[in-house]
Design a protein around this ligand. Structure first.
Ligand SMILES: [Fe+2]
Length: 212
């Protein structure tokens, strides 16, 4: 090693000297500051039992909404056939709207003092929407699965909305009715019309003359 190289090496070896306080402190771990299932005190004039019950309900709804949202993306990617383009776009639009609901539900759980489910493994353990296969499915099957997911969510959201109203948690009731229920109902309509078996080009004269 030449004297010049040796001098440069010494300089390189000291490059981090004096920068300790500016160095990121990585790989840190500590105990949780709040266990899952517990609620913190939150000054919104609602009893802790009411806030805990709403947070628990909303976490179930959150897991199901995240699952439906992700199923929309699966179908957005995997859709096939002559309606590919319109369904590719529609599935992505609904995915985006479900993603907004996910954020609204999760943030309501936090403001109630609860803890929102977040990670895929926890969502998979919690959701009640049946898991679809990894492979591609036909359009009518894709739409049927989505409709079943929507109906499950609508059923639980209506039950939870009533519970929230009975308990005096008007904010949760409003989120469920104005956002969750209204959005899901509208998306069901847009999906369900795709499963009406009507002719595309030639009218069904036989059905017309038979009075159907
Ligand atoms: Fe895309």
């Amino acid at each position: 090693m030449s004297p010049k190289d040796s001098k440069r090496n010494d300089a390189y070896n000291q490059l981090e000297a004096g920068s300790k306080r500016a160095t990121p402190l990585q790989h840190q771990r500590a105990a949780e500051i709040q266990p899952f299932g517990k609620v913190t005190r939150m000054p919104i004039a609602l009893d802790e039992k009411i806030r805990a019950a709403s947070a628990e309900n909303l976490n179930q709804l959150l897991a199901d909404t995240m699952t439906l949202r992700d199923m929309y993306k699966k179908h957005h990617w995997q859709v096939a056939g002559h309606t590919f383009y319109q369904l590719h776009l529609l599935f992505d639009k609904h995915h985006g709207e479900q993603d907004e609901l996910v954020d609204e539900i999760a943030e309501r759980i936090q403001l109630l003092g609860g803890i929102s489910l977040a990670m895929a493994a926890d969502v998979a353990e919690t959701t009640m929407i049946p898991r679809p296969p990894r492979g591609r499915e036909e359009v009518p099957v894709q739409i049927s699965r989505l409709l079943e997911g929507h109906e499950l969510i609508l059923k639980e959201a209506r039950t939870m909305a009533k519970q929230a109203t009975d308990a005096g948690d008007d904010g949760t009731n409003d989120l469920l009715v104005s956002n969750v229920i209204r959005t899901n109902e509208l998306q069901v309509w847009f999906l369900a019309e795709h499963l009406v078996d009507v002719p595309v080009v030639r009218a069904d004269e036989k059905a017309a003359s038979a009075g159907h």
